[in-house]
Every structure is written in structure tokens, then in C-alpha cells.
Design a protein around this ligand. Structure first.
Ligand code: FMN
Length: 162
């Protein structure tokens, strides 16, 4: 059983790829979160933006983790940036479970140049403790692999410190 849990939502695959890579490098458990809302196509894009702006959080579909959240050494949450915010299913998860998270890290994926670092503090509002680790990745950018690998190394050092 892994000591690290990677939870993520992904609309179009970028966050999923990043979290798969990170979870594999860390030997972590990987679980996808979804609220079952159809966000495909341009209508789905609009819906995603509206959900994020209104901070709407449809109920999550059932998901399973190997252990209770409190028992992991670290929980990493992966989310795309939507309109300068975290994705609605991740906000939904944080609303429901955030108070159970003490050792937490965030993985953002984004399209723009800006790192959208304000999203970290938004997510921290729901957690028991502020995040210890974070990275903002821009898929297909020149720096993607560098920043991803640096985050993995930083996470491994964090886990070693205990
Ligand atoms: C509704 C919506 C709003 C978005 N807003 C932003 C944004 O504010 N800043 C940004 O850099 N990227 C933004 N993006 C781009 C996504 O964050 C980026 O493509 C992300 O990697 C998608 O991840 P996914 O493939 O896992 O869904 C937005 C995408 C969508 C669908």
C-alpha cells in the first residue's frame, strides 16, 4: 500500500497525464475524481468556466481510496486551472473532505504563461493545514519536464524528512 495519495480531476487529459507521471515516479496511489457532468466540446468548456466562476460543486461520483485520507503521509491534489480557480470537482472534494487534509500538495495544469499561483491560497481555505508542496505545470511547454521532475524530487525529500 502506498503512503502517498494522488487525487485529480481532468477534463481533457492534461492533468491526468501529469498526475499519472507524478504518481508513477512516487509509487503513489492514483484516484480520479469526477462529478459526472458532461464538459465535452465548447458547451462543456463554457459549463466548466461557469461552474468555476460561480464556485458550483455538483456532488462527486463515488470513489475509493485504499485507506482513510488521514492515514496518508501526503495527499496530492491535481487540478486544471479554470478561470483562475481550481476545477469544480476539486473544489467539491475540498468542501467535503478538505478538513481531513493536513499534509497536502497541489499540482495545477494550465494553458497560459502565468502560473496562477493564487489558486493555491484558494484551495488552502478548505484544508486543515496550508499546502506544503505545489507546482504549476504548462503541458507541452519547454519547461514541463523540468518543473515536473523538480516537483517529484522536492516531494521525495519532503517524504524523507517525515
Ligand atoms: C473553462 C476553462 C477555463 C480555463 N481557464 C484558464 C485560466 O484561467 N488560466 C490558464 O492558464 N488556463 C486556463 N484553462 C486551460 C486549462 O487549465 C489547461 O488547458 C489544463 O491543462 C487543462 O487540464 P485538463 O486537460 O486536465 O482538463 C482553462 C480551461 C477551461 C476549460
Amino acid at each position: 500500500m502506498s503512503d502517498v495519495l494522488c487525487l485529480y480531476y481532468s477534463r481533457s487529459g492534461n492533468t491526468q497525464n501529469a498526475m499519472e507521471e507524478i504518481a508513477s515516479a512516487l509509487g503513489a496511489e492514483l484516484v480520479r475524481l469526477d462529478d459526472g457532468r458532461d464538459r465535452s466540446g465548447w458547451r462543456g468548456w463554457l459549463r466548466a468556466g461557469m461552474d468555476a466562476m460561480r464556485r458550483q460543486t455538483p456532488a462527486l461520483q463515488p470513489y475509493e481510496t485504499e485507506r482513510p485520507l488521514e492515514e496518508y503521509s501526503l495527499v496530492l491534489l491535481g487540478t486544471p486551472v479554470w478561470a483562475g480557480r481550481c476545477a469544480a470537482p476539486i473544489r467539491g472534494f475540498l468542501k467535503e473532505q478538505g478538513r481531513r487534509l493536513k499534509r497536502v500538495g497541489y499540482v495545477l495544469t494550465r494553458a497560459g504563461e502565468g502560473k496562477c499561483e493564487e489558486v493555491y491560497a484558494q484551495m488552502d481555505r478548505y484544508t486543515a493545514e496550508k499546502h506544503d508542496l505545489c507546482v504549476s505545470l504548462r503541458p507541452d511547454s519547454v519547461g514541463y519536464v523540468f518543473w515536473r521532475d523538480q516537483f517529484v524530487q522536492e516531494t521525495l525529500r519532503y517524504l524523507e524528512r517525515g
